[in-house]
Design a binder for this molecule. Structure first.
Ligand code: NAD
Length: 493
């Protein structure tokens, strides 16, 4: 399969004529080839998007929403087929792939509903015979840059609100996972989206991603990915005075208090730490446990990890799939060595899996460190693999302080039966998302999604908050007094 760009409603070869292999991380096999475009392809897409957006913005929002509704129906019809392709290109287990496609379906129906709202405000004027209101207006051409770990969901979080609000979109997906991008473009086309409103340009970050960021006709960049790249993009957008929304890394913790239901806590930790092989931005990579239950929690976690079946995610019985590629495996392994050198104690795992069926794919054993201190690098830096660090504390105050001590602020969780602990955690944990008696993953699409501190720059994906990224506010004053009324001056007093 040759994956081309989708520009102005047509499938096109990249101007460079170059393609790169797409590898199934479970088997090491090449399953497709993806276009490696150049800046010219971005320019062509942006010019077409700029033209198309003028008409698209004039289509009534409820009509725009009807197309999104059809997109949702098509995603629903093809859920199983899409999930299987997703597992093959990204590696997550099939059950999670189905969940990811479902996120896209949910977002389509939710944002289709927004087409009949897109609320602005009306408010009284300070003057007589004058009307005041504010409305949302589209920004124009939106540039979207996404990572490989959620190849379809993240694109739907960004493109659906952008499109319902009247923008045109140019999307640069991660080169590791272009198949979902191709399928989403096909679905938009079948749903009747006019050509030019949605484009996909494939390629690498420094060439194609950068061309999108620097293009003068792209008015907003919505980026999800690593801190390193996000920071670079933000610097460029700062210079260009371009609006930029960043969703980046995490170092998420589960707090387990001494009154917690340990069975539930173990389920939550295993799901959050080893689901998607730890390659979620919301993955649990720290367990902050009260010293009174540390030993028992460790015993139960070890038992649970030993039952996890690792392998090709297309097998319904597999619970942990491969990681994305060799480079990721090496990074994970490097961090495990760092943890050992720092004096953390390896409870289980800590090595690649190379035997038998594992030989051709990219597999890492689920890994647990204990006796980790909050200042160790494995407790502070994003590893993005199936590695979790256990840190022991003596009180809720200490647990909250340890949780908040990292540079990231995406997600946190607490297991406790004490309502006072719950409300203190809700108030004092400094992350964008807080879970009570659940793991660190499991966001629903109608709530804002994103993080504080090094995880983001104050914007949110999902929920109504997403519309703030893709719209400008316009304040409108209508004076029907028939005379000049000067604000702040011609008041009665
Ligand atoms: P990455 O930063 O390497 O790449 C993300 C995207 O940016 C890719 O499409 C890449 O091609 C592009 N890119 C790379 N260099 C670029 C440049 N110079 N200019 C423009 N674009 C460029 O991230 P990744 O490895 O694909 O994904 C993993 C990271 O994503 C992790 O840090 C994870 O935490 C983060 N993530 C965050 C969220 C969130 O919502 N907070 C969600 C998922 C993943």
């Amino acid at each position: 399969m040759k994956i081309q760009n989708y520009i102005n409603g047509e499938w096109k070869e990249p101007s460079t004529g170059q393609f790169a292999p797409v590898i199934n991380p479970a088997t090491g096999e090449t399953i497709a080839e993806v276009a490696m475009s150049g800046p010219n392809d971005i320019d062509e897409a942006v010019q077409a998007a700029k033209e198309a957006q003028k008409q698209w913005a004039l289509v009534p929002a409820p009509k725009r929403a009807e197309i999104l509704y059809k997109v949702g129906m098509l995603l629903k019809e093809r859920k199983e087929q899409l999930a299987r392709m997703l597992t093959m290109e990204m590696g997550k287990v099939i059950e999670e792939a189905r969940g990811e496609v479902q996120e896209g379906i949910d977002m389509a129906f939710y944002m289709a509903g927004e087409g009949r709202r897109l609320f602005g405000d009306t408010t009284p004027s300070e003057l007589k015979d004058k009307f005041a209101m504010s409305v949302r207006v589209p920004v124009g051409v939106v540039g979207i840059i996404t990572p490989w770990n959620f190849p379809i969901a993240i694109a739907t979080w960004k493109s659906f609100p952008a499109i319902v609000a009247g923008n045109a979109v140019v999307w640069k997906p991660a080169p590791e996972t272009p198949i979902m991008a191709q399928e989403l473009a096909r679905i938009f086309e079948e749903a009747g989206l006019p050509p030019g409103v949605f484009h996909v340009v494939h390629g690498d970050g420094p060439t194609v991603g950068n061309a999108l960021v620097e293009h003068p006709d792209v008015k907003v960049i919505s980026f999800t990915g690593s801190n390193e790249v996000g920071r670079m993009i933000a610097e460029k957008c700062g210079r260009l005075l371009k609006k930029v929304s960043l969703e980046m890394g995490g170092k998420n913790a589960v707090i387990v208090m001494d009154d917690a239901d340990l069975t539930l806590a173990v389920d939550g930790i295993i799901w959050s730490a080893f689901g998607t092989s730890g390659q979620r931005c919301t993955a649990c990579s720290r367990v902050i446990v009260h010293e009174r239950v540390k030993q028992e929690l460790e015993r139960r976690l070890l038992e649970a990890v030993k039952t996890l079946k690792i392998g090709n995610g297309l097998d319904e019985t597999v619970k942990v799939g491969p990681v994305i590629h060799e480079e990721a495996l090496q990074k994970i392994d490097r961090y495990v060595r760092i943890g050992v050198e720092e004096g953390a104690k390896l409870l289980i795992g800590g090595h690649r899996l190379r035997e038998g069926d594992y030989a051709r794919g990219f597999y890492y054993a689920p890994t647990i460190f204990t006796d980790v201190t909050p200042n160790m690098r494995i407790a502070r830096e994003e590893i993005f693999g199936p590695v979790v660090s256990i840190i022991s504390v003596r009180s809720l105050d200490e647990a909250i302080a340890v949780n908040n001590s990292v540079d990231y602020g995406l997600s946190s969780a607490i297991f406790t039966r004490d309502v006072n602990n719950v409300f203190r955690a809700m108030r004092d944990l400094d992350t964008g998302i807080v879970y009570v008696n659940a793991g660190t993953t499991g966001a629903e699409i109608h709530l804002p999604f994103g993080g504080t501190k090094g995880t983001g720059n104050g914007h949110r994906d999902s929920g109504v908050a997403a519309l703030d990224v893709f719209t400008e506010w316009r304040s409108i004053y209508v004076d029907f007094s028939g005379k000049l009324q000067r604000a702040q001056i011609d008041t009665d007093d």
